[in-house]
Design a protein around this ligand. Structure first.
Ligand SMILES: [Zn+2]
Length: 124
């Protein structure tokens, strides 16, 4: 019965859990948020000059800037909604830096405020 060996026995030997995929998902969200955030100013400059020199659509450019900024905040919120892979709480939802702005919660935290799982810690 080779299938018997696959059954986990959490009481005796806690299985090693690999959070690699969860962390990859988190890194993707965070990178998207940071890309959107830091990309906003260059995008504004680019749109400004593009509109001035070529397309002459200032209102459309401003609209794109606003949409991009909205998307950036949405991405930041999305990254902040990431759940700690171990305790399933919002990663750094309360923040280990108290009084911090809620919008950036989780993105720059290094440990889970709930179970102290370190960011990108892979095992256990
Ligand atoms: Zn946790």
């Amino acid at each position: 019965m080779p299938n018997q060996q696959v059954v986990l026995q959490p009481e005796e030997a806690p299985p090693e859990i690999n959070y690699h995929r969860e962390w990859q998902a988190f890194a993707m969200r965070r990178n998207l948020a940071l890309f959107m955030l830091y990309g906003w100013l260059p995008i504004c400059f680019a749109l400004f000059w593009l509109s001035r020199l070529w397309i002459h659509q200032p209102l459309a450019s401003v609209a794109v800037m606003a949409i991009w900024l909205g998307g950036a905040f949405a991405a930041i919120w999305w990254a902040g909604e990431y759940r700690c892979p171990r305790c399933r709480r919002r990663y750094g939802a309360l923040g280990h830096r108290k009084g911090d702005v809620n919008l950036t919660r989780g993105i720059f935290d290094k440990v889970c405020s709930n179970c102290k799982l370190r960011k990108f810690e892979v095992v256990r």
